[in-house]
Design a binder for this molecule. Structure first.
Ligand code: ADP
Ligand code: MG
Length: 349
């Protein structure tokens, strides 16, 4: 659980802090009619650095497991403005042109650095590639394809489970390359025009209305020389394929609170539908194995794409993000309840 600091606006408005970390993996919410304590594997309060979150959340272990061939997923959940994108990317999506200060880099860049370091120390027998999708209005779009976003079909097969057909995957070998890829995807250059930077506000407005999934494919070519039949040296390659998927979920706030209408309300309904479907799957998965019924992954594109990470053989880290402000109390409580349910889900990696 990550509690972000009060923003300047919240401080100016005189908002009260209603969330307090008690220091032992628990947080206490105290407001007029609420007084509750919630426990998590780790709690990061307003003062926690990006590095502390990377080291204390188990993210480094997740990177190592991906190298070992596991499917790993980290997803950030919470209302718009609670710090999901900040936690995953740091101010990457927000700085106009300046690169972000190294201390502010998010879980993604720290994981890439970790992967690339491993790759170098292993003599480049790790091949890394990335794919980047968003689910917007229940449509899966490829964020890496040049030109206007194209919608891709989501299919199912016995061997692969749910998968996205024809999604692009781009190899990368440096931090600059993958960072550029992310920036391009977040703010594509329209054909024939100058590179522009959409305002941070516009970017966040969009990011809070779609679910973004960045998947890093980690292939390890564990090549070793061994005697081949008939003499000489042959190659034995027990190669492994792992994935590391970063999911920046759309804002969890309810339609009534955003007062959306028309096109925006269609969006909000789609977001609600997929987050409800996710919540529903999580609730069912949280039941003891013997009492589980059918898990309705097919209810939304999001749950289909996350099926493996949620229930099956994946290793998943959920970072619930909340604001400490009294103004956000009801959303904060709903995130805390959601996250408490998610904690009870067990997978078998
Ligand atoms: P979300 O992606 O959940 O909508 P953001 O990550 O964009 O929210 O965060 C909203 C604002 O709060 C941003 O201006 C961001 O820089 C700031 N913020 C979020 N978390 C932190 C943090 N831990 N420390 C400092 N600023 C933060
Ligand atoms: Mg965001």
């Amino acid at each position: 659980l990550r509690v972000r600091p009060l923003t300047c606006t919240e401080t100016r408005q005189g908002d009260q802090r209603v969330v307090h970390s008690l220091g032992d993996g628990t947080v206490h919410v105290s407001a007029a009619r609420h007084d509750a304590t919630f426990g998590f594997s780790a709690v990061f309060d307003a003062g926690a650095s990006q590095e502390a979150v990377f080291e204390g959340s188990g993210m480094r272990q997740l990177v190592e497991l991906a190298i070992e061939g596991f499917s790993c997923t980290v997803f950030a959940f919470g209302q718009t403005g609670s710090g999901k994108t900040y936690t995953l990317m740091g101010p990457l999506a927000q700085s106009e042109t300046r690169p972000a200060a190294p201390g502010l880099l998010g879980l993604m860049q720290r994981s890439f650095a970790c992967l690339l370091e491993q790759s170098r120390s292993r003599g480049s027998d790790l091949a890394l590639s990335a794919s980047y999708l968003e689910i917007y209005n229940e449509q899966v779009r490829d964020l890496l394809s040049p030109g206007p976003p194209c919608t891709l079909p989501l299919r199912w097969s016995k061997t692969r489970g749910f998968y996205v057909e024809n999604q692009l995957s781009v190899d990368f070998e440096s931090l600059e390359a993958i960072t550029d890829l992310l920036l391009q995807a977040l703010d594509p250059v329209p054909a024939g025009s100058q590179r522009r930077r959409t305002s941070a506000h516009a970017l966040n407005r969009h990011s809070s209305r779609s679910h973004a999934l960045l998947t890093i494919h980690v292939r390890s070519r564990a090549v070793s020389m061994c005697p081949a039949p008939g003499g000489g040296l042959g190659l034995a390659c027990p190669s492994k394929q792992g994935t590391l998927c970063f999911v920046d979920l759309a804002g969890s706030e309810r339609v009534k609170e955003t007062g959306s209408s028309g096109e925006l309300s269609v969006e909000a309904n789609n977001i609600n539908r997929s987050l409800l479907a996710l919540g529903h799957c999580i609730s069912l998965l949280a039941k003891p194995r013997g009492k589980r019924t059918h898990i309705p992954y097919r209810d939304s594109k999001l749950t289909r794409l996350l099926a493996r990470s949620l229930g099956g053989s994946g290793v998943t880290l959920m970072v619930a993000c909340i604001s400490p402000s009294s103004r956000c109390l009801s959303e904060t409580l709903s995130t805390l309840h959601y996250a408490s349910r998610a904690r009870r889900v067990t997978t078998r990696p």
